[in-house]
Write a protein that binds this ligand. Structure first.
Ligand code: COA
Length: 188
């Protein structure tokens, strides 16, 4: 995992905000609450262990309101799933209700874009959305396009149930399942 930390500061009116990818700043409880918010309809809270795994393996931008005493309260997030070499998948863009409409969402997206531009052999910055408004937003802010005719590319995906039922019961599939090994000891 890339150990770099990205950070930006900005004032909006009299309020100070910070965006940081420092893992230790982002309370896991904030992410769980965000995932439980109906506004984030695609996500749901998960076990503490899975959440830690997710955050350990992502570059997550926390958006914080900074008080005059220097204390930071999380008010938003965005998550980049990236290998830091070729791909950056953007997901879980979220601001708490009372911080929307101030231009902070746009700021978060632009910071994600900067992180993607730091990926040296970037092939794509990707995201999935069903919202027409979001498509216009990402087109305007990040130059993203729907994959289609102009790229001669199709975006493909499968949710878990489709993956589970997709393998035909062939001898090859059974042999692969039977020969699966997993190791958790990297030094072994
Ligand atoms: C989407 C979201 C992050 C925008 O944050 P924000 O701080 O209100 O956004 P900004 O003030 O920076 O920018 C507002 C722009 O975002 C657009 N916008 C607002 N809500 C949006 C949404 N749900 N999807 C896409 N764009 C949205 C507005 O049209 C506005 O466009 P404008 O610049 O032409 O006026 C915020 O509304 C949010 O957290 N929504 C719930 C979670 C969500 O839907 N996330 C997915 C986003 S793709």
């Amino acid at each position: 995992m890339d150990k770099r930390v990205w950070q930006w500061k900005r004032s909006v009116g009299s309020q100070e905000f910070l965006i940081s990818t420092a893992k230790e700043l982002l309370p896991h409880s904030f992410v769980q609450e965000a995932f439980a918010d109906n506004a984030m309809f695609w996500a749901k809270p998960m076990s503490a262990e899975n959440l830690k795994t997710m955050l350990d393996n992502s570059c997550t931008l926390g958006l914080y309101r900074v008080k005059s005493d220097g204390s930071q309260t999380p008010v938003g997030m965005a998550r980049m799933v990236t290998d830091f070499a070729t791909l950056a998948y953007l997901t879980d863009v979220y601001l708490k209700d009372d911080t929307r409409g101030l231009g902070l969402g746009k700021w978060v997206i632009h910071c994600c874009r900067e992180i993607a531009l730091d990926v040296p052999d970037l092939r794509f910055m990707l995201l999935l959305t069903g919202s027409e408004q979001a498509q216009q937003w990402y087109r305007r802010e990040c130059g993203m396009e729907r994959f289609g005719d102009e790229h001669a590319l199709a975006a493909m995906g499968a949710r878990r149930p489709a993956l589970e039922t997709s393998t035909r019961r062939t001898k090859l599939a059974e042999a692969i399942a039977a020969s699966k090994h997993q190791s958790t000891d990297a030094a072994a």
